[in-house]
Design a protein. Structure first.
Length: 340
């Protein structure tokens, strides 16, 4: 086994919903951020996709845990298990003669507290990392999109992940203004669950709500390309009999409206505080969207129509933060905004 393997550097987007790991600009792991734990031994039995298929379907001897909530570590022990497992799966499994000697750069929410930053660092070091650096997710997203973050120019990036929506104005290698709100993928799923319960008297789990969001997720009641309605079979809470309903994108747009409006309000709040020269740059070049939330149908158009500013969806929104983190990893000495 090559000794070079144990000096590999890893770029990690440790997300509430998914974790992405890159080595040398290549995505080597893209898995759900979830771990299945044996209740008796308290040891992990599955991580990632294998654990996700158990979620909401496990027996009393097994529990599934999503270690991150709202973009930060909520369960330190489970997070360590998950990070360690993902690192091994990505190519760093311990050898009996050697131990991995990684440098890691991890994307974190821009509003992370010192306690939350310490939790990420401690979990990574416990999983075998030699050196841990952190980068705020909006900055990583900007790098991943390909923006020149060090230029004397204003750029605005919105990263909508699983736990948080990160809104930031970036210039001269720093975040001038930022806001992190807990309105993102998990809240969208909850909106869909609540709508189905109120409208059809049926209850669905997180996984089904996420499938609906992916299949017919929209923020506009009218689209040029209309997705087919998504069939959902569940139990009628009134009759206790099975019922199948077809959820349309118009219904999803309606139930997500309030959450999207909250994101719009936060964007407006940041723009109101933006210095005039940076504001002019943003209006000229537009605002960039990344993260899984950027894939909601019609989002860029709705935001553009509301704010009268162009919005652009990143070419690869799901991996923008991870690719930006990888870029930062290759330029550790250059970027002083990295947190050591």
């Amino acid at each position: 086994m090559s000794l070079g393997l144990f000096s590999q550097d890893l770029a990690i987007d440790l997300g509430t919903a998914n974790t992405v790991i890159l080595i040398n600009d290549k995505v080597v792991l893209d898995q759900p951020s979830i771990v299945a734990i044996d209740n008796k031994s308290n040891k992990p039995i599955a991580i990632g996709q294998e654990a996700k298929v158990m979620h909401e379907k496990v027996n009393p001897t097994i529990k599934t845990v999503r270690p991150l909530k709202d973009g930060v570590i909520a369960d330190f022990t489970a997070a360590e298990m998950m990070i360690r497992g993902f690192i091994e799966r990505a190519g760093g499994k311990r050898h009996f003669l050697f131990s991995p000697n990684y440098r890691i750069v991890i994307g974190i929410p821009s509003g992370s507290t010192e306690v939350e930053i310490r939790a990420v660092r401690d979990s990574s070091e416990a999983a075998g990392a030699k050196s841990v650096y952190m980068i705020h997710e909006p900055m990583a997203a900007a790098l991943g999109i390909g923006l020149d973050v060090e230029a004397p120019k204003g750029n605005m990036v919105i990263d909508i992940g699983g736990g948080t929506a990160e809104i930031a104005v970036i210039s001269l290698g720093g975040i001038v203004l930022q806001e992190s709100i807990k309105v993102a993928g998990d809240v969208f799923n909850a909106d869909i669950q609540n709508y189905l319960k109120q409208q059809y008297n049926i209850r669905v789990g997180e996984s089904t709500a996420e499938k609906i969001k992916i299949a017919v997720g929209s923020v506009l009641p009218q689209l040029d390309e209309e997705p087919e309605p998504y069939p959902v079979t569940s139990q009628n809470l009134v009759t206790s009999r099975p019922i199948t309903v077809k959820v349309t994108y118009q219904e999803v747009a309606m139930c997500l409206d309030k959450s999207i409006a909250r994101i719009e309000s936060s964007i407006i709040h940041i723009l109101e505080q933006t210095p005039p020269e940076l504001y002019s740059d943003i209006v000229e070049t537009g605002i960039y969207l990344s993260g899984g939330g950027a894939l909601l149908r019609g989002l860029a158009k709705r935001l553009s129509d509301t704010l009268n500013i162009p919005f652009h969806v990143a070419d690869d929104p799901l991996h923008a933060v991870a690719r930006g983190t990888c870029h930062a990893l290759k330029n550790l000495e250059r970027y002083n905004f990295l947190i050591r």
